[in-house]
Design a protein around this ligand. Structure first.
Ligand code: NAD
Length: 251
């Protein structure tokens, strides 16, 4: 494909499927050596089979000990993509403390945990690029029934800017991507669930498409392209940005 990431080492969380997998594959196609991590060995095996540049490692981003030992084993990376995240469906009235804590643990504390573990070696190595998956449903936009999700994804933007400013003179850049509705395995699952309520998968798909001003869903590769740009030196003057890639959803 290209050489935009030649000579760089990258680690990607939740790289077994969806956006994380697309990012791992595009990084590898652009010449990076990629450590694709996830909790699902089967999907990781498929990822590894897709490119000689991809190695895999089981990594549960909820597990601090596992994250710290991964950082010890892997050492310095030039690119860290924090992709893991989960959609809680419902309003504040559907969100008890357990649901709240789980969303915060997986969607934001994991980024704290992983970045804190990998950043020291990145700094010693002269810097790098950190890319965090936020969402249009965040501080950019309220979306119905995305109470816990939107709150955590707003926090991702705050975390991104805080890291960006603290390490701006040390060669570390930190940016967030805010996707709109992207066709991924977990979205397909949400469409199937909604289909049961609204009279079929086609109707549910129509409802998801309807909220996208461009009249279509986004693709995982459209997110991976922006992640690749942020990972590469093409974006050397960009840090602390929260970039909507959402077909105009937040217009
Ligand atoms: P997905 O939900 O299809 O896949 C999630 C992956 O995360 C799976 O491979 C799963 O095994 C892995 N995972 C789950 N728990 C984990 C854990 N504890 N540790 C490590 N890995 C774990 O993914 P997606 O829909 O492509 O979403 C990826 C990211 O993009 C998420 O942060 C999501 O919030 C964000 N996002 C997605 C969309 C969308 O429409 N798909 C929109 C905006 C933002």
């Amino acid at each position: 494909m290209g050489e935009r990431l030649a000579g760089k080492r990258a680690i990607v969380t939740a790289a077994g499927q969806g956006i994380g997998l697309a990012i791992a594959k595009m990084f590898a196609a652009e010449g990076a050596t990629v450590i694709a991590t996830d909790i699902n060995q089967d999907t990781l095996d498929t990822a590894a089979a897709s490119s000689d540049n991809i190695e895999t490692r089981i990594l549960d981003v909820l597990d601090s000990d596992a994250v710290n030992s991964a950082a010890q084993d892997v050492g310095a990376v030039d690119i860290l993509a924090n992709v893991a995240g989960f959609v809680h469906h419902g309003s504040i009235l559907d969100c008890d403390e357990e649901a709240w804590d789980f969303s915060f643990d997986l969607n934001i504390k994991s980024m704290h945990r992983v970045t804190r573990a990998f950043l020291p070696a990145m700094l010693e190595n002269g810097g790098g690029s950190i890319i965090n998956l936020s969402s249009g449903a965040s501080s950019l936009k309220g979306a119905p029934n995305r109470y816990a999700y939107g709150t955590t994804k707003a926090a991702v933007i705050g975390l991104t800017k805080a890291i960006a400013i603290d390490f701006i003179r040390q060669g570390v850049r930190c940016n967030a991507i805010c996707p709109g509705t992207i066709l991924s395995p977990s979205l397909e699952q949400r469409i199937a669930e909604l289909g049961k309520e609204v009279g079929g998968v086609d109707k549910a798909m129509e409802m998801f498409v309807e909220r996208q001003p461009m009249g279509r869903l986004g693709t995982v590769d459209e997110i991976a392209s922006v992640a690749t740009y942020l990972a590469s030196d093409d974006s050397a003057f960009t840090t602390g940005a929260a970039i909507p890639v959402d077909g105009g959803w937040t217009l």
